[in-house]
Design a protein around this ligand. Structure first.
Ligand code: NAD
Length: 320
């Protein structure tokens, strides 16, 4: 629920192209209690709006960005010889924050974390509402929760089917439904990414329920892309091949990929070749960060006109 302009590397008004305040070798940060953070070019200019002491001290301490040093102020004017050898008055330096070399501007990164079962509408709404209440608005929604199980169709139980549809399909619908009112209310557009799978593009044996759910996610994505386009809210789906997570590295999956061995004896190395056979590129699986990078593109300004798209991150699996 990070604000889109931050996640997208966007800049607040008044910043130079490097994201710093114009001219800014010296920058002060100031926090009004309970209010949004503002930046000004000097501490002195923000002092007029500060609460009075001692509250001001607390606010000032809170406003000290980590990694910054405060220049010690000179307490009163004094007369002394200047470097150029002239006798004169030295005035106290204004209090300023200086940027150590190699410094980059700290980001106002915060998180509100909550747990909710995607099958539970009330819990989902609470989690989203709490996040928005704390952070101010909602810009990006990722519906990623999912489960997997394997069985040939004649052995697939009602329970397996129902659980799969409830989490991997209905859960995506419920997640988006809880979030869309906030996206619209923000009035800034937004981006939604739904995690599907190569199983949302092609069939895969022993996964009737999973394939059905992940194809259904594409239906949700395409419909919402049209429905939300007038609000500049973009909706896309990502379609990973096997990803190096617990979803594939578990006894049940290993047993499906190596039926010749007892599931408890199958190792990661034993299944590598079978997983690689699914991909065109000679890799066994991709890493979670590969999916994250694709999602980052979709939600950032780089993808500002990309909507209604199924983006495979699949090492060529669907064209094989
Ligand atoms: N790992 C893969 O090979 C692979 C491939 C293609 C697509 N995907 C998809 O990627 C997504 C993430 O999977 P992963 O690989 O990180 O798997 P994972 O098992 O490591 O993580 C799944 C996550 O979903 C959460 N979750 C499960 N049921 C939930 C529920 N009812 N309510 C809320 N959260 C729930 C779990 O807590 C967990 O955090 C899933 O949608 C999955 O279908 C995974």
């Amino acid at each position: 629920m990070a604000p889109a302009n931050r996640a997208a590397g966007g800049r607040r008004p008044g910043r130079g192209p490097d994201g710093l305040t114009p001219g800014g070798r010296t920058v002060s940060r100031h926090v009004h209690s309970g209010g949004p953070q503002e930046e000004r070019t000097s501490w002195a200019s923000s002092r007029a709006r500060s609460p009075s002491s001692p509250a001001r001290h607390a606010v000032r301490a809170a406003a000290t960005p980590s990694g910054w040093r405060r220049r010690a102020p000179t307490s009163s004017p004094s007369t002394c010889w200047s470097r150029s050898g002239r006798w004169g008055t030295r005035w106290p330096r204004r209090r300023t924050w200086t940027r150590p070399s190699g410094w980059s501007r700290p980001l106002d990164r915060r998180i509100v974390a909550g747990k909710a079962d995607v099958r539970d509408t009330a819990a989902l709404r609470r989690a989203v509402d709490d996040g928005v209440a704390e952070l101010g608005r909602l810009d990006i929604v990722l519906a990623n929760a999912g489960i997997a199980s394997f069985a040939p169709v004649e052995e697939m139980t009602d329970e397996m089917w129902d659980d799969m549809i409830a989490v991997n399909l209905t859960g995506v619908f419920k997640t988006v439904r809880a979030a869309v009112p906030h996206l619209k209310a923000g009035g800034n557009g937004g981006a939604i990414v739904l995690t599907s799978s190569t199983a949302g593009i092609m069939g895969l044996p022993n996964l009737t329920h999973y394939v059905a759910a992940k194809h259904g996610v594409v239906g949700i994505m395409k419909t919402l892309a049209l429905e939300l386009a007038p609000h500049m809210i973009r909706v896309n789906s990502v379609h990973p091949t096997s990803v190096d997570t617990m979803m594939i590295h578990n006894e049940q999956t290993y047993g499906t990929f190596r039926p010749d061995k007892a599931p408890s004896e199958v190792t990661r190395d034993d299944v590598g070749e079978a997983f690689q056979s699914l991909n065109a590129l000679p890799v066994q699986w991709v890493e979670p960060v590969d999916i994250s990078n694709a999602i980052l593109f979709l939600v950032s300004d780089d993808g500002r006109y990309v909507t209604g798209v199924q983006l495979p991150v699949d090492a060529g699996s669907v064209i094989k």
